[in-house]
Design a protein around this ligand. Structure first.
Ligand code: ADP
Ligand code: MG
Length: 735
């Protein structure tokens, strides 16, 4: 399945939004983020630090400042990734950053303004334009899904009753990795259709939330596009490549305040951050390169992005920043996070001929329908030939004839047949020598034939409609599905692409030069005098000293952050421990130990769901066998019964005991249980003895009849009577 297997790192780009009006009015301090677009560097100024403190510099694959255009980011950083997806790679773009820094703006943007359209609408354009321009021997199938993860639950945004829908489960398969079970997937044939899917999902997201801003900053939205492409290979067989694209708008990365919350609110707060902190841990583990365990299973998000982080995918991370001084800490955290992600190595490969390709199923179904239609055509042709005696011109052109011809052929045949039947009916009516009865019979027969003919035609029409519907879902390269595919536009796009590529390469070379400068400075220099050497070395010392200071500050920062997150974790742990103790207290004081044990025994861990679950009380398969078994204390009875009740029934003393059994069951033929009788008191034994002497000597019947009955002779009719009597007694005695 793999064709090209190589390792490449996650591409990380940083984007800073402009200061908004409120931030501008806050003071003249200006932004704290500076960007060197040529070098791909972000320089961060600490507003609280003294002027002498060195500024923090981070280098990325690309940086986009406040003046950057949506188009620039797309052409330079996203376009190559979408091209890879179209070639059959998995691709992921995720936007990471504090709430309000432009994640949604970058991913979606303003749809109506062409200048402000974000990554997602641009990707739609890109994909469908590519398909329309590809060769005509390529067939495509494009599908889209949309989901969100909120409070660690995966929800389908395309499900019509999204609000009430249950959370979806994650499953894993060795072929396509982790996927969401039962997720709606819409086949899209045009940009308009896929935009519609996006809108439906966005609306579902907005409707489900009481406060959209709050909700979107706490939930992760994933838009998934699958592009399957089939193309004949050199071996003549059609090969399918499947590219999966994940477009992810993550929840706001800011720390959720946990202080003072308890119980459900505490759990909620922990869940909100769970996916993001798990993502951070996964990135750290992968970037570190030394950890043998990567905690993908810690959250739904990391499981879904498992392939995108360190697996079979090409990944672009867009870290978004705000320039306002008051968000310095969050901005620094985002930059650190992004900086770490640069070190993740992925192993992308082309997904060729996977078993679960839907396109293959579609092709097979279309071929089957086509064969059925052809068969019908062949049949109608043959019948036509029989009707008008024409010769039939072989089957060589069967495959090449289109479905319109098939339809025409069938229609023509039906018309001819109808005319012929009509003529025959007319002849019958006009035939003077035929008996009226005979005429009626023949006319009836012709009517039936007409009916059959119509049914046949209807079936063919249905088949053709189905065939057309199936085929229309597949997009064929070379067909003009978009109207702006003129040459000029194509050229313009190519030029843009070239420029973007050139800028990227330039930046890469600049970055490499910077690194090499530091390394080779020593080698280059040959000193003519001692003075010169001293000067050069002093310069170098200063440079290195500055670097040392930077690194020291960095270490201090990392330590501070570590301490802070440790404190937070400890606090969460303390509160959870307190809650646990409280629960234990309740269990120990209010729940009987045997009940507790029963519950404990029923608990099993579901590794798929990653949680503890209750086993059903009676395992489904052994239910029937358990039902059949009767407790030993109740042999001969429907359920266990006390000695006292047994005697009372025998005596017929109290109506209360009649309710012990209301039906006669003549099933159990086992001999009476003497062991129980042995334990009976003397007086009881006498009573039982007298029971034996009762007019009913038939032990078997006595044993098997209901013991709600006073010892009377038992006949089938009396059993009915007593049944009725017991029925009336039941409401009074039932507790
Ligand atoms: P997030 O999704 O990260 O919470 P949004 O995308 O909603 O943030 O952005 C918050 C506000 O900032 C929006 O009004 C958006 O229009 C504006 N904004 C974000 N990025 C930019 C940008 N690069 N240029 C102009 N405006 C931006
Ligand atoms: Mg948002």
């Amino acid at each position: 399945m793999s064709k090209t297997k190589s390792s490449e790192s996650v591409k990380v780009v940083v984007r800073c939004r402009p200061l908004n009006r409120k931030e501008e009015s806050n003071g003249p301090a200006g932004g704290i983020v500076q960007m060197d677009l040529r070098l791909g560097q972000v320089i961060l100024r600490n507003p609280r630090a003294s002027a002498s403190e060195p500024q923090k510099t981070f280098t990325f694959d690309a940086v986009y400042d406040a003046n950057s255009k949506q188009r620039d980011l797309y052409d330079e950083s996203v376009r190559p990734l979408i091209d890879s997806v179209l070639a059959g790679f998995n691709g992921t773009i995720f936007a990471y950053g504090q709430t309000g820094t432009g994640k949604t703006y970058t991913m979606q943007g303003a749809w109506l303004d062409p200048e402000k359209r974000g990554v997602i609408p641009n990707a739609f354009d890109h994909i469908f334009t590519h398909i329309s321009r590809s060769q005509s021997d390529k067939q495509y199938l494009v599908r889209a899904s949309y989901l969100e993860i909120y409070l660690e639950e995966v929800r389908d945004l395309l499900d019509p009753n999204h609000g009430n829908a249950r959370a979806l489960e994650l499953r894993e398969n060795p072929e396509s990795g982790v996927y969401v079970r039962d997720l709606t997937s819409c086949v899209c044939k045009s940009i308009k259709e896929i935009e519609e899917v996006m809108n439906v999902g966005n609306q579902a997201r907005a409707v489900g939330a009481t406060d959209m801003n709050e909700h979107s900053s706490r939930s992760h939205a994933l838009f998934l596009i699958t592009v399957e492409c089939s193309q004949p290979g050199p071996d003549g067989r059609k090969h399918i490549r499947v590219g999966r694209l994940n477009l992810v708008d993550l929840a706001g990365s800011e720390r959720q305040a946990k202080t003072g919350v308890q119980g459900e609110r505490l759990k909620e707060a922990a869940k909100i951050n769970l996916s993001l902190s798990a993502l951070g841990n996964v990135i750290s583990a992968l970037a570190d390169g030394r950890s043998s365990h990567v905690p993908y299973r810690d959250s739904k998000l990391t499981r879904l992005l498992q392939d995108s982080l360190g697996g079979n995918a090409k990944t672009v991370m867009v870290a978004t920043l705000g320039p306002a001084p008051q968000h310095y800490d969050e901005t620094l955290t985002t930059l650190r996070y992004a900086n770490r992600a640069k070190n993740i190595q992925n192993q992308p490969r082309v997904n060729e001929d996977p078993k679960d390709a839907l396109l293959r199923e579609f092709q097979l179904e279309i071929a089957r329908l086509r064969a059925q239609l052809n068969h019908r055509k062949w049949r109608s042709k043959q019948k036509k030939e029989q009707v008008d005696g024409e010769g039939w011109e072989g089957d060589g052109d069967e495959e090449t004839e289109g479905e319109e011809e098939v339809e025409k052929e069938a229609e023509e045949y039906v018309k001819l047949q109808e005319q012929r039947l009509e003529r025959e009916k007319q002849d019958i009516r006009e035939d003077q020598f035929m008996l009226a009865e005979e005429k009626q019979r023949l006319l009836g027969e012709k009517e039936r034939m007409m009916g059959d003919l119509r049914k046949e035609q209807e079936a063919t029409e249905q088949l053709t409609a189905k065939y057309k519907a199936m085929e229309s879902k597949l997009l064929v390269g070379g067909k003009n599905i978009i109207d702006h595919t003129n040459e000029q536009q194509k050229m313009l796009e190519m030029k843009r692409h070239e420029i973007a590529e050139q800028t990227r390469r330039e930046r890469e070379i600049q970055q490499q030069m910077l690194v090499q400068d530091d390394e080779t400075v020593e080698l280059k220099e040959t000193f003519t005098s001692l003075q010169q050497e001293v000067e050069a070395k002093t310069k170098k010392l200063k440079k290195l000293y500055a670097k040392l200071q930077c690194i020291k500050a960095e270490i201090q920062d990392v330590n501070d952050e570590h301490v802070r997150s440790r404190q937070e974790l400890e606090q969460t742990q303390n509160e959870l421990t307190r809650e646990l103790k409280f629960k234990y207290l309740i269990i120990e004081n209010f729940i009987p130990p045997e009940e507790k044990n029963k519950i404990m025994n029923r608990l099993t861990f579901d590794p798929e769901e990653d949680q503890w679950k209750f086993q059903p009380l009676v395992p489904a398969e052994s239910k029937s066998s358990q039902m059949k078994k009767r407790p030993s204390s109740a042999v001969g009875y429907k359920r266990p019964i006390s000695q006292y009740a047994r005697v009372a029934i025998a005596m017929g003393a109290h109506s209360r005991y009649r309710a012990e059994n209301i039906m006669f069951l003549e099933l159990d033929m086992t001999p009476p249980n003497t062991a129980t009788l042995d334990r009976a008191t003397k007086s009881e034994r006498n009573q039982i003895h007298s029971l034996d002497n009762s007019p009913t000597k038939d032990r078997g019947v006595c044993k098997s009849r209901s013991w709600c009955q006073t010892p009377k002779s038992i006949t089938s009719s009396s059993s009915n009577v007593s049944l009725a009597a017991c029925h009336t007694a039941t409401p009074m005695t039932a507790q």
